[in-house]
Design a protein around this ligand. Structure first.
Ligand SMILES: NCc1[nH]cc(CCC(=O)O)c1CC(=O)O
Length: 328
């Protein structure tokens, strides 16, 4: 069956089904199935029930649940096995949370498209024992010494910088697991990505989104990215048809910032770009120490066409003005 569609007429025919690689968490599956629906809308020839085959892959990040990501080697762990399946030809493309993808793709793999961003903000979720947080100032509403569950050094550092009295405890596992721990009182509150909660329909009452310049999100947070083999030009062309140019611009700036900072995965780093009314980009970058004792945050504006340069330059400036040991 041919993949003919309005934007790209394929040069040759390939056989269906197309095999999509995905993690097996409820969020990953939601994102993958949502993506397939979008492709199908864009390319009606794929509306066949058998056009796609879902391959659920277990990654190292899924297997190791008892340690901080920062300690076990960071974000690449959610993608390594998926990249391998792609390079081995076991799958044809793969759907990822962009924030879990390393800034530089392994040789032979390209980021074929980035999808429209869901809300990039982190959200503060108070547990049952806590009154709803004050939307005006979510941090100061937390009681003295409160226990906050998170295993993200980025969230931890920003919290502790504002509230050194808080006690941060490790919270890992998928979104549902963390919500269960919160309900069982393992922490008074937790912080999660709003995007994941919203996609799963789990955005609880009383949760407070925190402005992205107050709690700087992770680069790529809220954006789904799709990878393909670099030599599969036909599929690359098809997938890039549903690219969201704004998501590409903001994520390019954020990921270039992250790459320029080249922190070890233990370094708390945040990056968030948005498009201003005049079409320019505003990028905010953050570097901190995990205990919050050092925190540097800066914003720059620039042309969306130069998103990568904007990110690299802000990243280099932040690096220059931070203690060298953060980048060991
Ligand atoms: N690290 C896990 C992860 N990867 C992507 C998301 C949320 C969805 C997104 O950012 O697109 C989450 C959960 C979280 O951080 O709360």
């Amino acid at each position: 069956m041919s993949l003919a569609h309005p934007a790209a007429v394929p040069k040759h025919r390939r056989s269906l089904p197309l095999r999509v690689g995905t993690r097996a968490s409820p969020l990953a599956l939601w994102q993958t199935r949502d993506f397939l629906e979008r492709v199908t809308r864009f390319c009606p020839v794929l509306r066949d029930a058998k056009a796609f085959e879902e391959h659920q892959l277990i990654t190292s990040g899924d297997r190791i649940q008892d340690r901080k990501l920062a300690e076990i080697g960071g974000k690449g762990l959610f993608a390594k096995e998926i990249h391998e399946a792609l390079l081995d030809g076991r799958v044809d493309f793969a759907v990822h949370s962009l924030k879990d993808l390393e800034t530089e793709m392994p040789p032979g793999i390209v980021l074929a498209c980035t999808l429209k961003r869901e809300d990039a903000r982190d959200v503060l979720l108070p547990g049952p024992a806590l009154a709803a947080a004050d939307p005006g100032d979510p941090f100061s509403a937390l009681p003295q010494g409160a226990v906050i569950g998170t295993s993200s050094v980025r969230r931890q550092s920003q919290l502790l910088h504002r509230r050194p009295d808080l006690n941060v405890v490790m919270f890992r596992g998928n979104v549902q697991t963390r919500l269960r721990k919160l309900a069982e009182g393992e922490a008074a509150a937790t912080l999660l990505a709003l995007a994941g909660l919203r996609r799963l329909g789990l955005e609880p009452a009383g949760s407070v989104p925190i402005d992205a310049e107050v709690m700087v999100p992770a680069a790529g947070q809220g954006i789904v990215g799709v990878t393909v083999r670099a030599d599969d030009t036909e599929l690359h062309e098809l997938l890039s048809g549903i690219e969201d140019p704004e998501a590409r611009a903001v994520s390019s700036a954020e990921r270039a910032l992250l790459a320029a900072l080249d922190g070890s995965c233990r370094t708390p780093i945040g990056g968030h770009a948005r498009v201003l009314a005049d079409g320019r980009l505003r990028l905010t970058g953050l570097v901190a120490r995990a205990d919050g004792s050092f925190l540097l945050k800066r914003s720059e504006e620039g042309s969306a066409k130069d998103a990568i340069r904007l990110g690299s330059e802000l990243g280099r400036a932040l690096r220059r003005d931070s203690p060298a040991d953060l980048f060991a």
